[in-house]
Design a binder for this molecule. Sequence first.
Ligand code: SD4
Length: 290
Amino acid sequence: KALYPIVICTWNFMNASAKAWEVLNSGGTALDAVEQGVKVEEDDVNNQTVGTGGRPDRDGNVTLDACIMDKDGNCGAVLAMQNIANPISVARKVMEDTPHVMLAGQGAEQFAYEKGFEKVNLLTEQSRLEWLEWKKTSEYKPIINIENHDTIGMLAIDKNGDIAGGCTTSGMGYKMAGRVGDSPIIGAGLFVDNEVGGATATGVGEEVVRTVGSFLIVELMRQGKSPQEACEEGVKRIMAKNEGRNDFQIGFIAINKQGETGGYCIQAGFSYRTYSEEGHIDNPSESYIS
Ligand code: SD4
């Protein structure tokens, strides 16, 4: 029995997944569901890893990364974009209204203004004060599961059985100016193939990029692995390149065409949320280091 419509997202984002479910449950497309869903986190000033309220880079600028992918393999992304509140929607416009896949920096910002997005200040007082505090030592040291890990990656299947995904983040807090992680990179932070399924990632983006993690997981599902098995293999691939290191976090989630889901991470503490007719469920993920 097919288990859709369904939405799945990284971490325990109740409001974002509820919003996406509302779209799916009223007959909306998976693409609209993921866009509307992740926007909830972009707009939440208390989420300091996504959108407004995100932690700045080390120079004090909030720079946002996002991408989106639809059932036909179309995709769009914005990289290191400043002053725009909803990068996921700009990414969708890149996908739908340009011949390109990625726009970066000022080009992305300029494009957003042309499409009617407003200029906003993304740096909240709380994030500004924390950044000033950080500057005293300027020590770049992400803390597992606490700091820098609330990126939202979301995958949905609509009533027609079509899959879409989106991913949005302000990246690692206090990153170097111009640094881009995995989240807006199709294949790394997100990948969808409507024949097979989708995958998305959170955690230290550099490690996800090195193994093209989300693409890998979708390909493993194509070869017959379940979403759970594919996520486990994705994490193992990363650990094989990082022997002896256990000081960073990666979490992968995946869904297949039937609506089966899975998730796996390096460190305990990662969970993912699903919302379907079965209800609104928090799924604590098993970890590589248990
Ligand atoms: C990045 N993957 O920029 C993102 C960070 C992240 O929760 O996932 N934070 O590397």
